[in-house]
Design a protein around this ligand. Structure first.
Ligand code: PRP
Ligand code: ADE
Length: 198
């Protein structure tokens, strides 16, 4: 049963397939494991379909996937909305000229890189990853796309970590469109965005 009466029924199915592993990879972390979602073809397809329905026809020409789990959800969304796929990779994986962005994580720090020229000025990009925890990775992705002088468009999320004022603030003036969403969550998010942007 869906927790919200206005919620798309597919969202409940998706939620139940994400395994939560307490204290992994270290004490205090509630790890949201999407590998269990991938084992269920219907839930996996529903996840992709929800994102495609939301972003198709929105003039998005780039889907940027964040390594590693954005590489699972990003390509099927890109193909379905008719956009190119641009991998945002961990350091020293891309062979061409790159731009880099360092960031901090819930556990540790890391860096993302993108090939110079993969995204052209004025393209609209959708950033895809499996979840937002602190928002640090998303922020780095937005900065990479921004430094390529593209419009910053959106983020999707496929987990149940709540959107908090802290991670909205951390994403610093970037429009923020997570999924799954309900009317209640959308309202809360709009209010957070109003607080932050106006
Ligand atoms: O909001 P944040 O605090 O930045 O955390 C979210 C990021 O953390 C996870 O990736 P991780 O860095 O663990 O890499 P992996 O996908 O390669 O395991 C997740 O897939 C997001 O990319
Ligand atoms: N709580 C979490 N679950 C899964 N991956 C993560 N990456 C950072 N925080 C995470």
């Amino acid at each position: 049963m869906s927790a919200y009466k206005d919620e798309d029924p597919r969202i409940h199915g998706i939620r139940t397939k994400i395994r939560v592993v307490p204290n992994f990879p270290q004490p205090g972390i509630m790890f949201q494991d999407i590998t269990t979602l991938l084992l269920d073809p219907k839930a996996f397809k529903d996840t992709i379909d929800l994102f495609v329905e939301r972003f198709k026809g929105k003039n998005i020409s780039v889907v940027a996937g964040i390594e590693a789990r954005g590489f699972i959800f990003g390509p099927p969304i890109a193909l379905a909305i008719g956009a190119k796929f641009v991998p945002l990779r961990k350091p020293r994986k891309l062979p061409g000229e790159v731009i880099s962005e360092k960031y901090t994580l819930e556990y540790g720090s890391d860096c993302l890189e993108m090939h110079v020229g993969a995204v052209k000025p004025h393209e609209r990009a959708l950033v895809v990853d499996d979840l937002i925890a602190t928002g640090g990775t998303l922020c780095a992705a937005m900065n990479l796309l921004g430094s390529g002088a593209v419009e910053r468009e959106a983020i999707v999320r496929a987990n149940r970590v709540p959107l908090t004022r802290a991670n909205v603030t951390k994403t610093n003036h970037h429009p923020f469109q997570p999924l799954p969403h309900t009317k209640k969550e959308r309202k809360r998010q709009e209010n957070l965005l109003k607080c932050h942007f106006h």
